[in-house]
Design a protein around this ligand. Structure first.
Ligand code: E4P
Length: 294
């Protein structure tokens, strides 16, 4: 059962509904799930098909993705399920929005993931105005989170998530958890319309510190969620301290949230690399002559 003092919503980060069922069995609750092209490419059914040497056509892979999220919806009908659009460096906002609109009809509790890039923010701005729920992914900086806030101003609470990726910052020696702390402090001065979804979680320390910081949502890979469940779902104690080891701190910056989103410096090399990886994992699933859906 959900620990009484757990305020953060806990999502599973994955593309395999078996893990969703197992997580619900183990924890007794699950507040949602995030998917992405890499996670869908690791789905066991998709892997089996590829091992038989059969790739998907564009329509088939979209049907497959739709099937996966429809199953997830059956398991978590009241939570939120994030579905990611295909995007590479050349994908324009119109193409992202077109895909997002279609994906938004797949299930009743979808949040559509757009990259935190210029084109992704343009698409999100229009999606939010059209009443869609969005999850801005591949966020690595406080300034990108400020742009998400500004681009989605006027959205209802629950309509917009921003997903800062902590593990990928850690991977290159920077303290990803600082970005969570910094964004939460910055947003505390705003109107609360964007919720912080801590993503790219790699271990239980990330998880416990994110709860301690008061992240709105956290998405957690199955192995980490299982470890937490098997330990009896511990919560961070009063004196809990996160050990950042030798990771380089990322300093808090004073950023005015009242600017137009295009005025913020949203470039980040990890966002570009992340898009490359997501699009290449997706394209690996598709027959060569049919690649690129955008
Ligand atoms: C979830 O929304 C993200 O796509 C995911 O947490 C990324 O995790 P990774 O950095 O381990 O790929």
């Amino acid at each position: 059962m959900r620990p009484q003092n757990l305020k953060t919503r806990v999502f599973l980060d994955g593309g395999n509904p078996e893990e969703t069922s197992e997580s619900i069995k183990l924890l007794g609750f699950l507040d949602g799930q995030t998917t992405n092209p890499t996670l869908i490419s690791k789905n066991p059914e998709a892997r089996k098909r590829l091992e038989r040497g059969e790739k998907f056509s564009v329509d088939e892979i979209l049907d497959f993705y739709r099937g996966v999220v429809t199953t997830l919806y059956g398991l978590i009908p009241k939570g939120s399920i994030s579905i990611e659009v295909y995007s590479d460096a050349a994908t324009k906002a119109d193409a992202m929005l077109r895909q997002g609109k279609e994906m938004f009809t797949w299930i009743k509790n979808a949040h559509i993931k757009f990259p935190t890039t210029r084109e992704g923010l343009k698409a999100a701005e229009r999606a939010v105005r059209a009443g869609m729920r969005v999850n801005m992914t591949l966020c690595f900086s406080q300034e990108q989170a400020a742009a998400v806030y500004a681009a989605t101003r006027g959205a209802k609470k629950g309509q917009v998530f921003v997903s800062p990726f902590i593990g990928r910052l850690d991977d290159r020696g920077e303290n990803g958890m600082d970005v969570i702390a910094n964004i939460l402090s910055m947003y505390a001065q705003g109107d609360g319309h964007v919720e912080v979804l801590t993503a790219s979680v790699r271990n239980l320390d990330h998880f416990l510190y994110a709860l301690k910081l008061g992240t709105d949502i956290i998405t957690v890979p199955y192995e980490v969620l299982r470890t937490w469940g098997e330990k009896g779902m511990p919560m961070p104690e009063d004196g809990y301290r996160y050990d950042a080891k030798s990771l380089q701190p990322i300093a808090y910056r004073v950023i005015d949230l009242n600017r137009h989103w295009e005025e913020y410096d949203i470039r980040h090399d990890l966002t570009d690399k992340g898009m490359e990886k997501f699009s290449s994992d997706w394209n690996q699933l598709i027959t060569t002559e049919q690649r690129k859906i955008a």
